[in-house]
Design a protein around this ligand. Structure first.
Ligand code: F6P
Length: 381
């Protein structure tokens, strides 16, 4: 019998975190179960810092459905299986502190923990599950790249924000006869770029899965020009790269050891400069950045997050652990965490959305690729 559950939100924030939390807490309360939230993801689990969550009148989880961010915070640098410790003499060492987390859970009588996060978070969740912890994962990320699910929560909001940016770039680009480049997030997957390009009616979409030839992009723009269209919209995924080239790296993140610390970004500027040189048209880049993560979730994300939250608590009630809630062929379902992060078998091995992990990337036979090509969106190939 489950009596007391805990939630943690981990990794980069997305719109919908709170909606999932609310879904779990409400379902828990309806079944006479107490729900708690660890503060700042796995960090809170390690430090045993948590709060009781309540959707009762004046409760801290009341009215949070439309709220951006996470009421229990989130951590982007807490790989507790490889945790960074700075000693008094300034020396840094990395330790596996997962057993401390497990003791905390046992000591305070938590029957189960919900891990809201992307690939890296679910990798740790699987590792905890292997050590006997009752875990249920919920797939979060604007990048939409978690394996085994059609969609992650937060993604739809990110696409909507990018679409609105494209709409706005359209009017300024048209007025000044410019090439307007929009760099969007997504890491090694081009979902945000591709879907927002279709939704916003862009002319070009460059994604990591299809290395581009800048001359092909320029031809598309020149062709538009020859038809009297003196402006173009180019959406570039942060992970896009030229044929035979490398991804553009902005720097290094401080997300701990054993996780992906590559800070992508900067490709939008490069593409804009190259297109300006080749076409002779003025080009401007806009990097959308964290706008894609912040703010209120779309209706779609509110519903998806609510489905995921309630399903997660339902799984706990059924005693099904070591699972991830997913949407499979449009239906709410669950899969084993092992299937999700299966190639990351080694405890403490590199996790997070690295190119090597089993991320769900855009495949060339995806409907979105066909749709984009059919409406004349140039994919740089
Ligand atoms: O994974 C989500 C994401 O927003 C990526 O799209 C982006 O590359 C990255 O996180 C940025 O991470 P950080 O918050 O560490 O800057």
């Amino acid at each position: 019998m489950i009596k007391k559950v805990a939630i943690l939100a981990n990794g980069g924030d997305v719109a919908g975190f709170n909606a999932v939390i609310r879904g779990i807490v409400k379902t828990a309360e309806n079944n006479g179960i107490e729900a708690y939230g660890f503060i700042d993801g796995y960090t809170g689990l390690l430090k045993n810092e948590y709060i009781k969550l309540s959707t009762a009148s004046e409760g801290n989880a009341e009215g949070i459905l439309p709220k951006g961010g996470s009421i229990i915070g989130s951590s982007t640098n807490a790989n507790v299986f490889n945790y960074k410790i700075t000693k008094e003499n300034g020396e840094v060492e990395y330790k596996d502190l997962s057993d401390v987390c497990i003791e905390n859970l046992q000591k305070d009588g938590f029957d189960c923990i919900f891990t809201l996060g992307g690939d890296g978070t679910q990798k740790s969740a699987r590792d905890f599950s292997t050590k006997g912890v009752k875990v249920i994962g919920v797939p979060k990320t604007i990048d939409n790249d978690v394996a085994c699910t059609d969609i992650t929560f937060g993604y739809n909001t990110a696409v909507s924000v990018a679409m609105e940016a494209i709409d706005r770039l359209h009017t300024t680009g048209e007025t000044h006869h410019r090439i307007m480049v929009l760099e969007v997030m997504g890491r090694y997957a081009g979902w945000i770029a591709l879907e927002s390009a279709i939704a916003g009616g862009a002319d070009v979409a460059l994604i990591p899965e299809i290395p581009y030839d800048i001359e092909k992009v320029a031809s598309k723009i020149k062709n538009r020009q020859s038809r009297g269209k003196n402006f173009s919209i180019v959406v570039v995924s942060e992970g896009a790269k030229a044929k035979g080239g490398e991804m553009t790296i902005q720097g290094t993140r401080n997300n701990g050891q054993g996780v992906d610390n590559t800070k992508l970004g900067g490709i939008g500027e490069i593409v804009a400069k190259q297109l300006e040189q080749i076409t002779g048209l003025e080009a401007r880049n806009t990097t959308l950045g964290y706008m894609q993560r912040g703010g209120t979730p779309t209706a779609y994300d509110r519903v998806l997050s609510t489905k995921y939250g309630t399903k997660a608590m339902q799984l706990a009630l059924e005693g099904k652990f070591g699972r991830l809630t997913v949407i499979k062929n449009g239906k709410l379902d669950d899969v084993s965490l092992e299937d999700v992060v299966g190639n990351n078998t080694q405890i403490g091995a590199v996790s997070g959305n690295t190119e090597q992990s089993n991320l769900r990337k855009v495949t060339l036979d995806d409907d979105l690729i066909k749709t984009a090509r059919s409406v004349g969106i140039n994919l740089g190939d």
